[in-house]
Design a protein around this ligand. Sequence first.
Ligand SMILES: [Zn+2]
Ligand SMILES: [Zn+2]
Length: 660
Amino acid sequence: MVVQIALPLPIAKTFSYSVPDRLQSFINMFQRVIVPFHNRYTFGYIVDVNGSSYEGLKEISDILDIHPLLGKDIERLCLWASNYYLTPIGLVFKYAVPKYIRPDRYLFVASLDRAQDKKSLNHLQGIKLEKAFSIMGKENVLECLQDGSITLKDRFTKKEFILYGDNEDKKDIKHEKILFLGGYRRRIEYYSELIETGIKKDKNILLLIPDYDTTGQFFYNTFVERFGERFYWYGSSIKQDSRMETYFRARNEKGVIIMGNKSSLFLPINNLSHIIIERHEEDSYRNENEFKFNAWEVGIKRAEIEGCPITLGTVAPKTEIFKRVHEGDFKVIRDKMPSLNIFSEEKIDKKVFFSGSLPHELIKITEDGKKERKHIIIYTPRKYFSSQLLCLSCNNLFICPVCRGILSYKKKDNKTVCSVCQRESEYKETCPQCGSSLIRFLQIGAEYIKENLEKILDDTEVVIITGDNIKKQIKRLWVNDDRQPEIIVGTSILSRIYGLRCHELIFLGLEEMINLGGYRAEERLFQILMNIIDALNPHKICFFIDSKKDFHVKSFTDLNAFYEEELTKRKNAGFPPYNRLYLVEVEKDNQDAGERTVERIKKQIKESGYTQYLIGPLFEKKKRYRWRFIIKNGQKGLEETLISLYKLKDTHIEVDPTNI
Ligand SMILES: [Zn+2]
Ligand SMILES: [Zn+2]
């Protein structure tokens, strides 16, 4: 017997192995097995069983799973994802059934009821599966399992461990796609109704949340208070035992809610009756490692395959979803949205920052706020003191000695930080190029605002909240606390903290998000803006906008108008959702070898007739040499050409990359 094995590596081809006689009767499609590969052992996935063995073929050395873990629906999901994201199936399976999913370590021998010769198996009763393997040999145990002499249960649910999907009940479930537009309080109400219905019918629900610490914790606490302990976390940041507990509960129990991030999309969930994705537009739902995918797309696909409904709850959907609403693919439920009807807009001169002070309108708001003991929250796109350091003598920006990225200044640690490779070094107060000490801080951020406001408003503490310190700060600031500091300065992380008090919300430098570039820049800006307003629910909003920029808050006040315009722009420029984007990247230590690979890519694309869609390569010398091609097109034939590029070493393909 010969099996084709997909290895968890970025290579498109599969490898043939023969199956030794002792293992042949236990072989199943999509099972994990251990195989020798390049002088070591690795695990792989069976993707085909065909023909008889021939000489010289290596043997698989062991079976890892007693039966395939995914079940038909998730297998289909994986095959679809491999195709859709042009990712080798081995990498998709590696993500769907990662190394740490080891049910065998949590199983014990539960009953010998059906055994013909109970006596001879008596010593196995109640012992761990691993121990049973070592007592009577793995193959003998597998045989007993196969003929039903013994059954296994897991230590958490104490339910029998059977093939996933065999105990499904799909009655009263109907597939539909819903976009729920509403502020977070309304979303909680809506999700609660769905959860209640699910629990009543003994069904399970998957609730995707964009993170664990802020939004996730808030939703978890809110729901546990309402429904009690039926909620289970799943994901890579959860401890192994808890993660496996969730794994078994999802697989075996009824009326439970699984909360997790993108990885839970591949979790076997028994009687799945609804998938809810909270804030599907968040970038944290994009998996950037090896198998690059968007959770909202995979979520929609899983709901289609399982035939269950999916709800996306948000205040600012993805443009892609808005298009699907237009096409009638999504049903919209509209509830109360955060409002951006009343706000003030102050045009400021950017030079004010260069001279080392804050706009005086901002100072006035904070001084008045202090008198009236109001809570003021200031948004800035930058977390450090300044994002650039300029030498006034030689007119050069400080750059990273390793990768030539631009250096930021982190005052708290007195360090410069590279914006590209994140390398930190001590700040010496002199220009590394000419030695001058005439340094100017450009593009000021949260640390700068805090320091200057504290100087002006003496004895008022200004608290900074950024992605770096959120875990610590959230403990101080959690929901409606009387000790909330009067002034908070924060980055876009503010959009994830629900329940803060906010009389006045100030946006300082929001328009700079457009400079980050990419075709999604305005959509992102809109999403951050709406989510911050939703989370903080301010009485008053004020925007400080650089007077030199052609930026008008008004173009973000009407949701429909905003998306209509966004779609028109994307259509005209041929960007998603009207076309697909492919990024082909070559990364090498050796420049000549890289150039040879680049030539082969060009040749292959030319031979297939797609040269006119190819942009690049863009060449960069960072830690390694890097070439990047972009291809803008949506034809099937092109995809086949792209998949064939996987045979070139150090070549990666990314579909619909987020940062282009
Ligand atoms: Zn200098
Ligand atoms: Zn660097």
